[in-house]
Design a protein around this ligand. Structure first.
Ligand code: BGC
Length: 478
């Protein structure tokens, strides 16, 4: 088996250039009515935001009471806070986004960190093949990373590795747990109900790779820890990327289902909030969401995640465009062969279209004509496409705000100085996602929240956070 390193791509973040629907030169009343209906369906009104928040807070309470609830509210076994003085060198393996990453993390104290990393692309076949092959691939990547960076162990010691495995795992200790379900397009067989650490450790042992899996970490927990290393008042870690989820610090007395050590005052909870509203009680699902859900590898699961995360937004947009085309309200009823394929409308295109503020919408045109091979487009076509993109993008940001507001309300953290670390491509690159979230929080709590709560990019929460978790794990066991 070979592993291929891939280069990372940095795209500068732009602001949303909103299109006023009143400025569109509609081709017919039917087109205008169809657009108005879409605006209605996709807008998260202030009232709906409050309703989602109320139901979300209920879901949190249920998950804290017992296992098996829609929002798993997983106890992470991470107790106690960081102050930035922690030192040590660790390996981190990050699996669960678009790429797999191996990172060497050196914590030098005073909030200072140096890292070196390599990304590897995970073949689509591995994601849905046999679990053993997937974990063998992970071990091979770690091995080739150690070779590439000429990292060697002395004597018979082992490297301590923090394993960021960003799927719903019911943890049974800091480095043990069982997979509840796969998400984000992964569906490797023979893994649900099993311990991912055992699979990984076995793959290392069979290859005599001197690595010990010291901690099993969700990326949200890692993000919280990584942000806390520089911002000790961090109360929440959030991922808005291929998937979405959040973690926060909960008081032990509120975790009714916790049966373990009761001496600690608080513990980080991995909420698994992407699973919220499996019962379809409150989220305003459209037929475009349902169509995408049915075709996904995990239908009926991760309902909130599918309305927010980068893996799905493009496909929802494509479904809306297809519907308009079929009703002859867009592109004169003609589709391009490219747009006709599922998952071809990438969320990255949405970022570009959102930021397009040119008079002729030329960046939008380039995507439609050069990338998606429409032979020509009119200004009206481009405006409608832009509006649809904005509706889907803004809905995602406002639902993210509802989830974050729920946590801030539950903990009361909005009333004091608090930091939220957010990682993920959507937060990093999607125009105005951060602004929409802050606006949503202000809608719920009033202007004070802007003075108290800061949201910031916690880059590489998964790598650095896994190292910090491995460090904490050693503290607990010593
Ligand atoms: C997973 C979470 C993860 C999130 C972000 C979701 O699909 O269930 O565990 O934190 O994606 O990566």
């Amino acid at each position: 088996m070979t592993s291929t390193p891939i280069a990372s791509k940095i795209i500068p973040k732009a602001a949303r250039a909103s299109l006023d629907p009143a400025t569109i030169d509609y081709t017919s009343d039917r087109q205008r009515n169809a657009v108005e209906a879409l605006i209605n369906e996709f807008t998260i009104s202030p009232q709906l935001l409050q309703d989602v928040k109320a139901s979300f807070m209920e879901g949190m309470k249920k998950g804290l009471k017992k296992d098996g609830e829609t929002m798993a509210m997983v106890t992470s076994y991470v107790m106690g806070r960081l102050d930035g003085s922690e030192v040590g060198s660790y390996l981190a393996l990050d699996v669960g986004g678009t790429n797999l990453r191996v990172v060497a993390v050196h914590l030098t104290g005073g909030g200072e960190i140096t890292t070196s990393q390599t990304k590897y692309r995970i073949d689509e076949k591995l994601k849905v093949g046999e679990a053993k092959a997937l974990f063998d691939f992970m071990a091979v990547c770690v091995d080739s990373f150690l070779d590439e960076h000429q990292i060697v162990v002395r004597g018979d010691t082992q490297f301590e590795l923090g394993f960021t495995f960003s799927f719903p795992v019911l943890q049974t200790s800091i480095n043990r747990g069982t997979l509840i379900t796969w998400t984000k397009g992964f569906n490797a067989s023979g893994m649900v109900g099993k311990d991912p650490v055992a699979f990984l450790q076995d793959a290392f042992n069979r290859r005599h790779i001197p690595v010990r899996v010291a901690a099993l970490v969700n990326d949200t927990v890692g993000t919280l820890l990584a942000h806390a290393y520089n911002h000790p008042d961090t109360c929440m870690g959030v991922i808005l990327g291929t998937g979405c989820n959040g973690a926060y610090i909960e008081k032990m007395e509120n975790i009714a289902k916790w049966k373990g050590d009761a001496s600690a005052k608080e513990m980080i909870i991995n909420m698994e909030f992407g699973a919220f509203d499996k019962e379809r009680q409150v989220l305003p699902l459209t037929m475009f969401d349902n169509k995408m859900d049915r075709k996904s590898v995990n239908p009926n699961k991760q309902i909130l995640e599918k309305m927010i995360a980068g893996m799905y937004l493009g496909e929802i947009t494509r479904n809306v465009l297809l519907n308009l085309i079929d009703r002859r309200l867009l592109f004169e009823g003609c589709i391009s062969a490219d747009l006709n394929q599922m998952w071809t409308f990438e969320t990255a295109y949405m970022s570009t279209i959102e930021a397009d503020n040119s008079a002729t919408l030329h960046a939008t045109r380039k995507i439609l004509e050069s990338t998606l091979s429409f032979s020509s487009t009119t200004m009206n076509d481009r405006q409608i496409v832009k509006l649809v993109v904005e509706l889907v993008g803004k809905r995602a940001a406002r639902l993210s705000a509802a989830a974050i507001a729920s946590v801030l309300d539950h903990t009361g953290d909005w009333k004091q100085k608090a930091a939220i670390g957010i990682d993920g491509s959507l937060f990093e690159y999607y125009p105005s996602f951060n602004t929409d979230i802050m606006d949503g929080l202000e809608e719920v709590f009033g202007p004070t929240v802007r003075q108290n709560v800061s949201i910031g990019l916690a880059q590489d929460g998964s790598g650095v956070g896994a190292a910090l978790c491995a460090l904490l794990a050693a503290k607990y066991t010593n």
